[in-house]
Design a binder for this molecule. Structure first.
Ligand SMILES: [Zn+2]
Length: 159
């Protein structure tokens, strides 16, 4: 799913070129219902293409799609091996209970805090934890640390 940040589509970055009123923006986002959005695992703001190209010219060369694919295949293999005796193949299938039981209290704290502050729904907290496991698999570490949990939350918290 994709949506502009506002009806005129110019409110990214500093948003100086956006001509929408606050009411127009609110109405626009109200069309995406909370319960539907809650089921979308990763929610991120994507900068305009012109800026991506500019960053690329100025910075390090980016990974190719083939390189990224190889990392994803490797991460999925790690997860499949970890879950083999439970009959799960990936983080989406694993039991939430198992995942929580195999994380430290310290690593889980950002999720618990976000829950208490109602920045995450119960479903959101579950998804953020699964994302944290995926990040750990991509980084080749045995279980998510605090950084992975915090990033799992950030990947679901739309601006
Ligand atoms: Zn606008």
């Amino acid at each position: 799913m994709a949506a502009n940040a506002c009806p005129c589509g110019m409110s990214y970055g500093t948003g100086e070129r956006c001509t929408c009123t606050p009411q127009e923006r609110r109405r626009y986002f109200a069309r995406l219902s909370g319960p539907i959005l809650d089921r979308v695992d990763i929610q991120v703001e994507v900068p305009p293409v012109s800026r991506i190209i500019l960053d690329e010219e100025m910075g390090e060369p980016r990974e190719t799609s083939a390189e990224i694919r190889a990392r994803v295949v490797e991460a999925r293999a790690v997860a499949a091996e970890r879950y083999a005796r439970h009959g799960w193949t990936c983080n989406a299938q694993a039991s939430g209970r198992w995942m929580r039981d195999h994380m430290s209290r310290y690593s889980l704290e950002p999720i618990n805090r976000a829950l208490e502050a109602q920045r995450l729904s119960l479903r959101g907290a579950d998804r953020a934890m699964r994302l944290a496991w995926t990040l750990a698999d991509l980084r080749g570490i045995p279980s998510p640390g605090r950084e992975e949990t915090s990033q799992g939350i950030a990947l679901r918290t739309r601006l």
